[in-house]
Structures are given as C-alpha cells and as structure tokens.
Design a protein around this ligand. Sequence first.
Ligand code: ADP
Length: 661
Amino acid sequence: MNDNDVVIELRQRVAELEAAEARHKRVEKELIRNLEERLMTEETLRQRNRELALIHHAGPAFSSTLDLDRVLVSVLEETGRLLDVVGCSVWLVDSETGELFCQQATGPQGKAVRGWRLAPGEGLAGWVASRGESLIVPDTRADERHFKDIDEYTGLRLRSILGVPLRVRQDVIGVLQVVDHKINRFNVTDLRLLEPLAASAAVAIENARLYGAVHQELTQRKRAEAERERLLIAEREQRLLAETLREVTLALTSQMSHEAVLDEILHQAQHIVPYRTAHIVLLKDDTLRIAHWQGYKAFGSEEFISKLVQPLADYPLDAEAMRTRKPLVIHDRYQEPRWTVDHETAWVKSHLALPICLRDRVLGLLRLDSDVSGEFSAEDAQRLEPLASAAAIALENARLYEQVKRHAVELETRVAERTHELAEANERLQELDRLKSRFVSDVSHELRTPVANIKLYLHLLEHGKVEKHSDYLTVLREQSDRQSQLVEDILRLSRLELGKEKVEFVPVDLNAVVGQVVTALQPAAEAANLELFFEPGEGLPPVRAERNQLAQVVTNLVTNAIKYTPAGQVRINLCSDAECGQACLEVHDTGMGIDPQDLPHIFERFYRGQKVGGSTVPGTGLGLSIVKEIVDLHEGKIEVESQLGTGSTFRVWLPLKQGNK
Ligand code: ADP
C-alpha cells in the first residue's frame, strides 16, 4: 500500500470516526432527552401521587364530618404537611358584610390569625376572593397587595404566599391560602396541587355550612319548642302558685288577731308542704320566742315547745337564716355539726326553717320538723316562700290592727278621763259661778255696811254733840276709806292671785296698825255688845310689811271675831319672838268656834262655814283667803285653834324687819 492509499484510508477512518461521533452525540442527545422526559414523567407521576394522596386523605375527611372546623383543620394540616409550609389558612366571605374572615388557620400563629377580618378586597386573600383567580406571590415585600398588619401582629415574616379561590358553582365563598418564610417558594405545580383540593374543600365547606344552617335551624326550633314547653309549664305553675297565694293571702288577711293569723299560717303551710310538726318563732331582742305550734303533743314535746326561747347566739343555724334571709333545709341533722340539740326535741331528724320577712326586717321563722331524715327539700322551701311573704304582711297587719285596737281603747279611756275631768271642771265652774253670784251679792251687802255707818255718823254730825264732831269726822273718813279699801281689796285679791301685785315691803309698826283698826272697829264691837281689848306688844320691833295689807289682815281677823262672837269679848295681843325673828298677832274671841269639818276649808276663797252660810251673818267667804294670801306674800304663817261653842284664836306670824332688809 502506497502513501496515497494510506491517506485515503485514514481519511475514510476519520470520516467514519466523525460519523460515529456524530451518531454517538445524537444518541447521547436522544438519551438525555429521553432521560429528561422520564424525569418529567416521574415528577408528574409523583405530583399526581401527592395530589391523589392529598385528595385521598382529604376526600374521606371532607365526607366523614359535617363539622366545618374539623373539615378545615384536617385539610389544612394535610396541605401543610404535604407542601411542607409554615402555615395554611381558610378565609371565608361574610355574606352580610362582604368581608373576609379567617375561619381556620394552622401553623405557629394559627390561633392569632383565626377570626381576623379583612375588608372586601383587602390583602392578597381579598384580591383572590374579589377576582376569583389563584395567585402566586413569590415575595410579599415586593407586592403592595400584601396586608402587612397580620405579619406585624403575628410576628411571622412571611415571604411566599399561594392563594386559591374556594368556589361553589359561580360564587367565590372564600380563599385557601398557604404561606412560607422562603422567597419564591411556590410554583404552578403547587398551584395545580391546591386547586382540586380547594374545589373539594369548597364543596365540603358549603355542605358543612348548609348542614350547619339546617342543624342550627333545627336546634333553634328544638330550643324554641323546649322554651315554649318550659314557659307553658312555668306559666301553669305560676298560675297555680298565684291561685294558692291568693287563697293564702285571702285566708291570712281575713284574720285580724295575731293569734288567728299564726294559726292560719300553720294551717296553710300544711296544704303546701304536708308536715307532722310545725311552729312559728318570732324575733324580739335577738331572741326567738315561740308564737304558735302544731303537732308536738304526739312527740311529747308540747310542754317544751310552748315555752321555747332561743337566744340567736346559741342557735347559729337560725342566726344565719335570719341574717341571710335564706331558707334552711336540714336533711339529716346528724350530718350538721352546727345543729343545736335540745334534749326534748332530740327526735327531730330533718328540719326546714323559712324566714318570715317584711321588707328588710325579719319577723321570725316558720319551722317544720320531722322525725324522718330527708323529709324536706329546697323545693319545699321554695313552695312555702310565698306563704312566708303573705304571712309577714298578715302578721304586720295584725300587729297594726292590735295596735289600733289598743290605741282605740287608750283613746276611749283618755276620752272618758277627759270627759270626767271636763265634767268636774264644769261642776267647779258652775260652783264658781254660783259662788261668784253669791260673792257679788255678798260684796254688795258688805258695801252697804260702811255706807250705813257713814250715814249714821253724818246724822250724828248733824244732830250729835258738837265736841264729838271731830271724832265723828275721823270715823267718817275712816269708814269711807275702809269702803274704798274693801273694793280695793277685792281687786287686790284677784291681783294677788294672779301674782301681779307689786308689793313694796317697808318696816311697819304693828302696834300702830292694830291700834287704828281696833279704833275703827270699836263701834262695831260696841254695837254687838262685845268687849274689844287690844294689848300692844311692848318694844315690838317693826315688821317687814306692806302697811295696807297688814291693816287688811288685822281688820279681817278682828271683824270675823266680832261677827262670830255672839257675846263675850275679843282680845288682840301682839308679841315678838326675837329668836326666830317673828312677830305674833293673836286675835282671840269667845265666840261660836269653828266646826272641825269647816276648819280645813276656811282659808279657801268664798268658803263660808256651814253654819254661817245660811245665817244672817254678813260675809263674803273672802276675808280669810285675803288674809292667807297676804300672809303668804309676807312669808309669814297663819294658824288657828278653835273649839266649837267656846271660841277661836287666830295667830299670824310675820317676819320682823332685820338689819337693812
Ligand atoms: P266670811 O267671814 O266672809 O264668811 P272668811 O273668809 O272671813 O269669810 O271666813 C271664812 C269662814 O271661817 C267663815 O264663814 C266662818 O265660818 C269661819 N270663821 C272665820 N273666823 C271665825 C271666827 N273668829 N269664829 C268662828 N268662825 C270663824
């Protein structure tokens, strides 16, 4: 072989190699393409598998329950697990407001996001819901639609979001959303995975919603029916209770006396809660006292119960019932450590006590006792409560009624007393009136005497001895003075009595005053055939007195002595007792004396002795009362000794003038 042949052969070899290489490259390309296709197919299969697995998991979950939240939780957990994302959430459209609210969310801040509300169109979920289109957001920071408040609130830095609308027929009912921290986390594959899931989730949600609505309606209807039933029963019970209460109230309020009311309470209680023994205790001074009882005889405790007195301090359970105004039900007193055991009622096993309350006051307790445990229930107490309220009112009424009755009796007594007093006063007034009429006539009579004397002395002046004229004139003057004095004294007495008298006390010579009076009365004594003696007091110091009043005292006493002495003498003595600082005026007569029956009365106004009253002896019954008034005013003292048929002695003690007083 020559060189040319070698070259040609080499060229052929090169061409063959090149052709082989080209073939090889083609095959390689083919292989790569096949490989790629296989990989793609595998990925599609895997994806399909995942999709199927998800749907496989979600499907039964959707159909197994109609509880919306359970449906959603299982879908979201499955989605999150398969896609391996931070969180998933379902947002539903509020048909009333158009807002989106987060119905369910899983992931670290699921709880915080749940219930969150977005305004229509707000945020990425809002965008998906309003457009009805799916959305892949590779980076939330670069997307203005992203609602950042949720991120701030939850503290989750979410970067990728994938949202798929939840559709039922034409309507978008919500959004299924998956989120993650990583940027550009989701692709179309994920979207394709989510879309069918969203479709079945939407159907499940709708079903659950419909079921919920139906269920809710059913529940509501059932509840309404139950409520109606309850109301009907309550109304029936109420009506029954009202009727009972009306009867009880009627029965109670028709009883007027306290005792009858108490009796009626126990009687009515028997109808409401049948009992064997019951009693009522009423509160007074922190102590419960028995008011009424029934049935204790059969247990041999009547004697004890009839005297029941329980200081609240010793009965803590009762004290508590009174304080809280709540019923006390003891099912078994052996189980109640605070129960106070009384030997006589040791047979009591169960007990019910109901406070009888009137507004904010507790009047007492209505108590039921039983020798069987568990006899009374809280319902019994409840049933008895209206009775207790009616009882409180009835008891109060009875109390008021009895108070009014007592008042009426008191009033009657008072009226009778007053009537009696008035009758007495009237009698006194009539007597006074009679005395006054007599007084007026007596005064007129009294006045006539000095007038007669004046006339007599005027006559003597005209026809008597001339040398006696001046004496006559003196007597005349004195008589006229005495007359006006008498009128004055009548006025003075009334003034004295009214306490209006303004008396000026001065030192008065008693001897002089008595001497003048005696002189003035001498003619009268002579006219009566009496001896009139005056024994002045030797060295008698002046008394502290009002002169005219003193003369009045002497005049009245001596006039009386003359008047009431038919025969004999009248003696006037004056003396003093320096030791007790008093002067004594003594008017003694041998006259008729004073009847012991008259003696206590002679100083009373208008009082005249029984014997002299109807006699011709003139008098007003005023003389001694004037004397007494004046003596009292002078802080003196008057006393009388008298013996019927023998005579009388009047003694007047007057204080002597002392020092400068
Ligand atoms: P009068 O003399 O106007 O009846 P008095 O008040 O002066 O009224 O006296 C009251 C009564 O006391 C007289 O009515 C009389 O019964 C009795 N009496 C007073 N002084 C004497 C006396 N000296 N002797 C007897 N009885 C007297």
